[in-house]
Design a protein around this ligand. Structure first.
Ligand code: FAD
Length: 351
């Protein structure tokens, strides 16, 4: 039996796929789906999120994105719940001449990598997204990017696990032993393999280089769909994005703060998000504020996840930083021994 420690999008996805493959699994988590997965925007956007030094992460992201349509369809079939998977792309927009030059440079880098992106004028951007500010000067459309609602994904995973009678033990793990887990009340659960998927808290249970990176994010409610696709841009040097949901919700995110395990929502964090989002889409300030939350991204020194066995009886599935929702379907495949070349990029042995 596999004992999965942590029931966020990563741990729950692993449990579901293993159970589906006929394996015996138990999930241990005092508060499933309450961590970073509860905060996440749910962008499945490896192309628009590409960064100059992160080509290995891009490879993982593209492979994960390819798996999402089948993953979502099977999860919806198993759970009877929608995950709001949408594949209408991301529009990355620029304002000033400097922003436009930076975006043009990024587009050239994307071309060099063979990524399918389309350059648009300001007018073409507004034709696609009429609510964009008139000051938008141009943009780049990554038409293959997609998104889901992570809260719906974890709800669907928990429902699917319940249907399959996979136990979710609502208790905290305090020690990982070889093939066993000690719980806070002293009880020891025994299996064959422990999979550590405790997100930003993984370092409390094993010697792994994972640190929390705080992200504040808000959800707004709109009576009418405000946007047709994800919109992102740089404003005053900081990135901001808006993600539309099927039910009219618009997610605005997200700050990146190195503040340890601090999860306070601050006035300054929300002010920055709203100030920047309003530059992109002036209408956002008219919307109803539905929810604000801060989550902790599990970050590693090279921004790549840690997936695979560290020793007999212990495997890691953590450190997914900004992309745990995107990477969840691939992570389960890597743990099941698929795609060895990509698995090598995530090997815990690299540290
Ligand atoms: P978590 O969701 O944090 O789950 C860890 C679980 O471990 C928790 O449920 C916790 O209760 C449990 N746990 C902790 N300690 C113990 C213990 N001792 N015993 C048992 N259980 C324990 N990713 C994307 O792909 N796209 C996005 O658009 C995106 N946007 C984001 C926006 C924000 C603001 C943030 C914060 C993150 C975002 N991410 C995004 C990143 C994504 O949320 C994470 O990479 C992903 O959720 C990590 O999932 P996880 O299951 O590893 O961790």
């Amino acid at each position: 039996m596999d004992l999965i420690v942590g029931g966020g999008v990563v741990g729950l996805s692993i449990a579901w796929r293993l159970a589906r493959a006929g394996q015996d699994v138990t999930v241990i988590d005092p508060a499933p789906a309450s961590g970073a997965s509860h905060a996440a925007a749910g962008m499945l956007a490896p192309v628009s999120e590409v960064a100059y030094t992160e080509e290995p992460l891009l490879r993982l992201g593209l492979a994960a994105l390819e798996r999402w349509p089948a993953f979502a369809a099977e999860l919806e079939a198993d759970s009877g719940l929608s995950v709001d998977y949408r594949a209408h792309g991301t529009l990355d927009v620029a304002f000033g001449a400097d922003d436009l030059a930076a975006l043009e440079e990024l587009a050239a880098f994307m071309d060099k990598l063979g990524l399918p992106v389309e350059r648009l004028t300001g007018r073409e951007c507004r034709r696609l997204e009429p609510m964009l500010s008139p000051s938008v000067r141009g943009g780049v459309l990554a038409g293959g990017d997609a998104w889901v609602d992570p809260r719906r994904v974890t709800a669907a995973l928990l429902a699917a696990l319940e249907t399959m009678r996979v136990p979710v033990v609502p208790r905290r793990a305090t020690d990982l032993l070889d093939g066993a887990v000690r719980l806070a009340d002293g009880e020891i659960l025994t299996g064959e393999r422990v999979v550590l998927a405790a997100g930003a808290w993984s370092g409390e249970l094993a010697d792994v280089p994972v640190r929390p990176v705080k992200g504040q994010i808000m959800r707004l409610r709109s009576p009418h769909p405000l946007l047709g696709r994800c919109v992102r841009g740089m404003v005053h040097g900081s990135p901001v994005y808006l993600v539309p949901r099927g039910d009219g919700e618009v997610v605005v995110g997200a700050t990146q703060e190195e503040l340890g395990f601090d999860t306070r929502v601050t006035a300054g964090g929300l002010y920055e998000l709203l100030r920047d989002a309003r530059e992109l889409v002036p209408g956002v300030t008219e919307l109803e504020l539905a929810d604000v939350v801060a989550g902790l991204r599990p970050c590693t020194p090279d921004n790549l996840p840690l997936v695979g066995e560290v020793r007999r009886g212990l495997a890691l599935a953590t450190g997914h930083h900004r992309g745990g929702v995107l990477l969840a379907p691939l992570t389960t495949a890597l743990l099941q021994g698929e795609e060895p070349e990509l698995a090598a990029l995530c090997s815990p042995q690299r540290f």
